[in-house]
Design a protein. Structure first.
Length: 564
């Protein structure tokens, strides 16, 4: 047997008489003689019963395996981990969430690199699986494709759709006396009716859409229900598609170009996507050796409007978006408006333009729908993702301001040293109209792990303070958070950032038109406070959190752990 161009990695593992021991091991897991002549394709699934987002991915993995094998490859399935943000939210366990992105990327790279697989299909459902998969694909740079597990259907409460964010906000409503304990339980019991990722334009659906726009998943794959024939067929088609990618030697970094990332950012903006997209796209670009920085979101955002009325700031769920046609008609519209790079390659082997304007071009959205607004009547004329600078954020901060919250907020600081303390302060009534809630020591280093602040933001909205209170943090937000909130404040408190010297009652101004975040104190006072500041002791000294805190970069650089 000789090294084959279609098997550049597996041939090293299995070809030749000296590789008899290797082949012997593989025979025990199902290889027959003819399989050693086939390109080996990893099918990595983040299946687990840890979360409904991923509970069905084993079935999708089987479909992808069938697609690979039918197309002439030899599929080798294996698993990686997941962390449920929704379950760990508001607890110390949430510190592991962003850390899991690095662990997942490292684990996929490790298995594929060690075992000599020629291509890979990666299947993810919850938030961190998805950017992690793309980071691994970019690092390995072997023909590969991403499959999204799909979105959940909404639950129904009092004839209205509800989801996980409804439950977090119900906690605030209960604390404020707006609902009783029975109604809280009723909402809790019906909000998550089955398998699939959280149902609004939260982080999972944001990232699936961004990955499709990037060209790394098949057309129409981002706006699909988790439990559907369409998603099963998408998974099978992905298995076949990766074999074609290997035949043409089309690799992830051929697709994940600077222009492709600009396409992804454009789509995230039009959809009203999560602030986490900033963090994750920066990390994915880093893995692909593509220059991308915070200010690129501002520049692209100047010319791209917010068009889609999707939760959490809007009224519709992802299932409604699926119903009217999903992402492809939007891509076609953006292309027609000159806002996409149409010549970018995708995993179909075709360009973005060829995908949406080919022999069967996509129909426009149906008449009468108001989920996707026309360009002459956008929800907001420019981006909702605001990159703020100022004396509180010298290296930048990220806000999600749709305009519904207003564009400017000035108030007095009320400072909390952790998410737990802030939640109790909100629920007990310590946070009042006119406050800027400051939650610090929650950054990548300080957490460690950069927790999401969905519990505090949900409680603020549930108590009816969404238009009267702002919040800033060196942590981050769930895609379900909304309101006048600013995260990713850098430098973070733990490394000497100005957020660490704020005191109760300090005046703070957030300006989403000037893109500024400032502590309204004179320079002498600021300098005196910095002189008095000393770094806190590390919260963790052993294990994965301690290792992460030592390696992780600033959130303004994507919070990656391999930037040496």
């Amino acid at each position: 047997m000789k090294t084959s161009d279609s098997r550049p990695f597996s041939s090293i593992i299995v070809d030749g008489s000296d590789r008899a021991p290797n082949r012997s091991m593989l025979r025990a897991v199902g290889f027959e003689d003819e399989d050693f002549e086939k390109p080996q394709v990893a099918v990595c699934s983040a299946w687990s019963m840890v979360t409904p987002c991923n509970a069905h991915l084993d079935e999708l993995g089987k479909m992808a395996v069938a697609g690979v094998d039918a197309a002439g490859g030899k599929a080798i399935p294996f698993g990686t981990i997941t962390v449920s943000d929704g379950i760990s939210m508001g607890t110390q366990g949430m510190r592991y969430s962003l850390v899991s992105r690095e662990v997942i990327a490292d684990s996929i790279e490790t298995v594929v690199g060690a075992e000599g697989m020629d291509g890979l299909v990666v299947i993810g459902g919850c938030d961190k699986n998805m950017p992690a998969s793309l980071m691994a694909l970019a690092r390995l740079n072997r023909p590969g494709i991403f499959v999204y597990g799909g979105t959940i259907l909404p639950g129904i409460h009092k004839e209205k759709p509800v989801d996980i964010v409804s439950v977090f906000e119900a906690v605030g409503q209960y604390a404020g006396g707006k609902i009783d304990e029975q109604e809280l339980k009723d909402i809790e019991s019906c909000a998550i009716p089955g398998h699939g990722s959280c149902g609004g334009m939260y982080t999972a659906n944001t990232m699936s859409s961004a990955i499709e726009a990037l060209g790394m998943s098949l057309p129409d794959s981002s706006a699909q229900l988790a439990v559907s024939d369409e998603k099963r067929l998408d998974s099978e088609a992905a298995g076949a598609a990766v074999v074609k990618l290997m035949e043409s030697n089309l690799k992830p970094r051929d697709i994940m170009t600077r222009e492709a990332f600009e396409n992804a950012i454009t789509v995230v903006i039009t959809l009203g996507g999560s602030t986490n997209a900033v963090l994750h796209l920066l990390a994915m670009a880093h893995a692909a050796n593509v220059p991308l920085e915070l200010d690129d979101f501002t520049e692209i955002g100047k010319r791209v409007p917010l068009l889609c009325d999707l939760k959490p700031s809007g009224k519709y769920n992802m299932s409604h978006f699926v119903r009217i046609g999903g992402l492809s008609p939007l891509l076609k519209t953006l292309l027609d408006e000159g806002l996409l790079h149409g010549d970018c390659l995708t995993v179909t082997g075709k360009t973005v333009r060829e995908n949406v304007t080919g022999s069967t071009p996509y129909a426009p959205y149906p008449d009468g729908q108001d989920l996707v607004r026309p360009f002459n009547d956008p929800i907001k004329a420019d981006s909702h993702l605001r990159i703020l600078y100022g004396n509180l954020a010298k290296d930048g901060a990220v806000a999600k301001i749709t305009g519904k919250e207003g564009l400017r907020f000035s108030g007095k600081a009320i400072v909390f040293e952790s998410e737990e303390d802030s939640l109790q302060g909100i629920l007990k009534g310590e946070v009042q109209a006119g406050h800027v809630v400051v939650i610090r020591n929650e950054g990548p280093v300080g957490g460690p792990g950069m927790r999401e602040m969905l519990s505090p933001t949900g409680a603020i909205m549930g108590k009816g303070l969404g238009e009267e209170v702002a919040l800033i943090t060196d942590g981050r937000f769930s895609g379900g958070s909304h309101g006048f909130v600013v995260g990713h404040v850098t430098p973070e408190a733990a490394v000497g950032g100005p957020i660490g010297i704020i005191r109760n009652g300090d005046p703070i101004t957030i300006d989403a038109e000037k893109n500024e975040l400032n502590l309204e104190l004179d320079e002498q006072e600021l300098e005196a406070r910095f002189r008095a500041w000393s770094p806190p002791e590390p919260k963790e000294t052993r294990g994965v959190l301690a290792k992460y805190a030592k390696l992780v970069t600033s959130a303004s650089l994507g919070a990656v752990t391999d930037d040496f």
